[in-house]
Design a protein around this ligand. Structure first.
Ligand code: FAD
Length: 401
C-alpha cells in the first residue's frame, strides 16, 4: 500500500503561493461541496485542502509539489459524476477546475473549439449555437464540465447517432503527476504519428493526468428536429422496434426507452403530464434533418415501423415547445427517482436488442428480493440506468436485503 503524507501548514503556505490564497479552501464548511459527487448514495470524504488553479502553470506546480511531498490529489470538474471518481477518498488535495472555464477559441473555418477543462457543457453549447455550430457529445447532466466529460468519456442520449465524447476530441493539454505538461493531438483530423496517448487519458477518470485544455471537433448545428413519443403495450415490443428502425437506414439522434412507473413518478415530481399513461412502455425518438419535408417523411416512416411493431399510437412533436416538454421530463428522471429514495444507481450496458430480456431478468430479481428497481435509458446504445429504491424500508430492513 502506497504511503501518503498529510497536508501540513507549510504545504498550505506553498499552495497559497502557487494559486493565490483566495483560491485555497481549508475550512470544513466551504469544503463540504467538494466532499461528494452526485451519486445516489451521496458518499462523502473530505479533502484536507481544496485548490482552484487559474492556469496550467499553477496545475503543474501544484502537482509537482504534491508529488515531491507524496500527497494524494483528486481532480474535480463539476462533481456531477455518479461513481465517486471526484470524491477525495484519500484526503489530500482536491484540485477543482471550476475557474479554468474559458472558451479560448472557436475556429469556424476548421470546425474546432479550444476550451479550458472547466468549461461547463451548457455554456459551450449555447456559445456554439449562436454561431450555428454544435458539439454533439451529450451526457444528461449539462452542468458537467468538458474536462469531466473527457475523463469519463461521457456518453448520452445523442450516442446512437454521434457516439461518445472520445469521438470529438482532437487534442488535449494534460499535466502528469511530475508536473510535466504534455500537448497531445492537435487541430488536424489526420494524425498517424506514434502512440495515441491522448486516448489513454480520455476516460481515465483523473488517474493518469490532469486535463487542462481540450481541442474539440464540432459539426454544423442541425437545422430541424422532430420528436416522436410512442406508447407500446410492453417493453418487448418497444425494444424490438429499435433494430427495425436502424435496419431501414434511419439513424435518430436519440432513442430512449422508459416504463410506466418511472414516467408516473417523474410526472408527479415535475407537475407535468405526457399525452399517454395507459401504456406499459414508451420510446422517445429525436430525428434531425435539414429540410422540413424530408424530415417529416422520415418521421412518418419511423411512425409506420412503430405501428407495425404494435405501438398503440405515435405522437409527433414538431414545435420546439412540445419537444422541450418531452425532453425536459426525460432529462429529469434521475432527479425524480432520487427524490423518491433511490439508494443505489447501477449504470449498465447490454447489446441494444437484449434490453427487454435484461429488464425481464431485473424484474425477476427485484421481485425475489422485494426491492423495487426502476429502469430506463438509451435504447439506441443499450445503456440502461437502474435505480434501486429504498421506498419505505427502514435502514435495518434495507441492510438485510
Ligand atoms: C442527472 C445526471 C445525468 C447524467 N447523465 C449522464 C449521461 O447521460 N452519460 C454519462 O456518461 N454521464 C452522465 N452523468 C454523469 C456525469 O454527468 C458525467 O460523468 C460527467 O462527464 C461528469 O463531469 P463532471 O465535470 O461533473 O466531472 P466530475 O464528476 O467532477 O469528475 C468525473 C471524473 O473525472 C475526473 N476529472 C474531472 N475533471 C478532470 C480534469 N480536468 N482532469 C483530470 N480528471 C478530471 C474526476 O477525478 C472524476 O474521476 C449524469 C449525471 C447526472 C447527475
Amino acid at each position: 500500500m502506497m504511503k501518503y503524507t498529510k497536508v501540513t501548514g507549510e504545504v498550505v503556505t506553498e499552495l497559497e503561493k502557487i494559486v493565490g490564497a483566495k483560491n485555497v479552501l481549508t475550512d470544513m464548511d466551504s469544503m463540504d461541496k467538494y466532499s461528494h459527487d452526485e451519486s445516489a448514495s451521496k458518499f462523502k470524504a473530505f479533502p484536507e485542502i481544496v485548490v482552484k488553479p487559474q492556469n496550467t502553470e499553477q496545475v503543474s506546480k501544484t502537482l509537482s509539489l504534491a508529488n515531491e511531498k507524496r500527497i494524494p490529489v483528486t481532480f474535480r470538474g463539476q462533481g456531477t459524476g455518479l461513481s465517486c471518481g471526484a470524491v477525495p477518498l484519500l484526503g489530500g488535495i482536491l484540485m477543482s477546475f471550476e475557474d479554468m472555464n474559458k472558451i479560448l477559441e472557436i475556429d469556424e473555418g476548421n470546425l474546432v473549439a479550444v476550451v479550458e477543462s472547466g468549461v461547463v457543457l451548457l455554456n459551450l453549447r449555447e456559445e456554439l449555437e449562436r454561431k450555428g455550430l454544435f458539439y454533439p457529445a451529450d451526457p444528461g447532466e449539462k452542468s458537467s464540465a468538458i474536462g469531466g466529460n473527457v475523463c469519463t468519456n461521457a456518453g448520452g442520449m445523442n450516442g446512437v447517432k454521434y457516439g461518445n465524447t472520445r469521438g470529438y476530441i482532437l487534442g488535449l493539454e494534460a499535466v502528469l503527476p511530475s508536473g510535466k505538461i504534455l500537448k497531445l493531438g492537435g487541430k488536424t483530423i489526420k494524425r498517424s504519428t506514434g502512440y495515441e496517448l491522448m486516448h489513454l487519458i480520455i476516460g481515465s477518470e483523473g488517474t493518469l493526468a490532469a486535463v487542462t485544455k481540450i481541442i474539440l471537433k464540432l459539426i454544423k448545428l442541425p437545422k430541424l428536429f422532430i420528436t416522436l413519443y410512442v406508447p407500446f403495450p410492453n417493453l418487448h415490443d418497444a425494444i424490438k422496434t429499435v433494430p427495425e428502425i436502424i435496419r431501414r437506414k434511419i439513424t435518430p439522434t436519440a432513442i430512449e426507452f422508459l416504463e410506466r412507473e418511472p414516467l408516473l413518478l417523474a410526472e408527479e415530481h415535475l407537475g407535468k403530464t405526457m399525452p399517454h399513461h395507459e401504456a406499459e412502455a414508451y420510446l422517445i425518438l429525436r430525428i434531425n434533418g435539414e429540410k422540413e419535408d424530408e424530415l417529416l417523411e422520415v418521421g412518418e416512416a419511423v411512425a409506420e415501423i412503430c405501428m407495425e411493431n404494435n405501438a398503440s399510437d405515435v405522437f409527433i412533436a414538431d414545435t420546439k415547445e412540445a419537444q422541450d416538454k418531452i425532453w425536459d421530463l426525460r432529462g429529469r428522471f434521475y432527479e425524480a427517482l432520487v427524490q423518491n429514495k433511490t439508494v443505489k444507481l447501477v449504470d449498465t450496458v447490454v447489446p441494444p436488442s437484449t434490453v427487454a430480456d435484461y429488464m425481464k431478468e431485473v424484474k425477476r430479481i427485484s421481485e425475489k428480493c422485494g426491492v423495487r428497481i426502476m429502469g430506463f435509458g438509451h435504447a439506441g446504445d443499450g445503456n440502461v440506468h437502474l435505480h434501486l429504491m429504498k421506498d419505505k424500508l427502514s435502514d435495518e430492513e434495507w441492510k438485510k436485503k
